[in-house]
Design a protein around this ligand. Structure first.
Ligand SMILES: Nc1ncnc2c1ncn2[C@@H]1O[C@H](COP(=O)(O)OP(=O)(O)OP(=O)(O)O)[C@@H](O)[C@H]1O
Ligand SMILES: [Mg+2]
Length: 235
């Protein structure tokens, strides 16, 4: 059996611990995601979905519990070592896309390759351009975000997350700003890449139709993550 790409044990996240504003968001979350697995995460607003993604992607340090990415235990890593794991192993698609305004669409999508160090190879640039074509952005390559629609920016952010061939992709409402046709298209591209390249994929979504197409569906509730039946058409 293959090794999990991400393995979390007993994750607890408490904000403002010990104060009257204390919020216990994660109360002991366990999770394993295998290469090529595509998981959806649902749960009410405020249930801790984004908190979970931040902790799994080494953007935030949990109050307690462990996270391993590709066998690397994140506990005890220095901030620059955590940044290195993020750059090499993780792709993020945020709830809000955060493209950089002073760069073009193509430059934005190539950014993770530059951040990883060195100039991207021809093959790497070719792969990114192919992904841009698959999400129908070939005619937007040299535009800046302010000259693109919200949906076009969101699709560029999706390609950017895949640019450096991450092992783990964490997506927070990746299709939130897209109409149902582009949403379905983006979902298809993400799932194909996950399967072909053995990427582990975790997607938070309110879209029942997309959640239902995942390999496994998880629900965040009362600080815990549990397997749930994937919604199927007609539910
Ligand atoms: N830095 C922080 N400090 C204090 N509380 C926080 C912080 N970040 C998040 N919270 C709280 O933690 C809880 C979980 O937030 P989180 O953003 O993970 O929810 P979510 O499930 O992603 O919700 P949504 O579906 O609305 O995006 C919320 O009650 C939120 O107010
Ligand atoms: Mg959220």
């Amino acid at each position: 059996m293959s090794e999990p790409v991400v393995e979390a044990r007993g994750l607890v996240q408490i904000y403002e611990a010990g104060t009257t504003r204390e919020v216990r968001v994660l109360r002991g979350v366990d999770l394993r995601v295998l290469p090529g697995e595509f998981l959806s995460v649902v749960g009410q607003s405020g249930s801790g979905k984004s908190t979970l993604l931040n902790v799994l992607g080494a953007l935030d340090v949990p109050t307690s519990g462990t996270v391993r990415i590709d066998g690397i235990d994140l506990a005890g890593l220095a901030p620059d070592e955590l940044a290195d794991v993020r750059n090499r192993k993780v792709g993020f698609i945020f709830q809000f896309h955060h493209l950089l305004g002073e760069f073009t669409c193509l430059e934005n999508t190539l950014m993770p390759l530059f951040l990883r160090g060195g100039t991207p190879s021809k093959a790497e640039v070719g792969r990114v351009k192919e992904l841009l074509e698959r999400v129908e952005l070939s005619d937007q390559l040299h535009k800046r975000p302010s000259q693109m629609s919200g949906g076009q920016q969101q699709r560029a952010a999706v390609v950017r997350a895949m640019a450096a061939s991450p092992r783990l992709v964490l997506a927070d409402e990746p299709t939130g700003n897209l109409d149902s046709r582009s949403g379905a298209r983006v979902f298809e591209v993400l799932r194909d890449v996950a399967r072909q390249e053995g990427v582990a994929f975790l997607m938070v979504t309110h879209d029942q139709r997309l959640a239902g197409q995942a390999d496994r569906c998880l629900r965040m509730e009362d600080g815990l993550l549990s397997e749930t039946a994937c919604p199927r058409p007609g539910d």
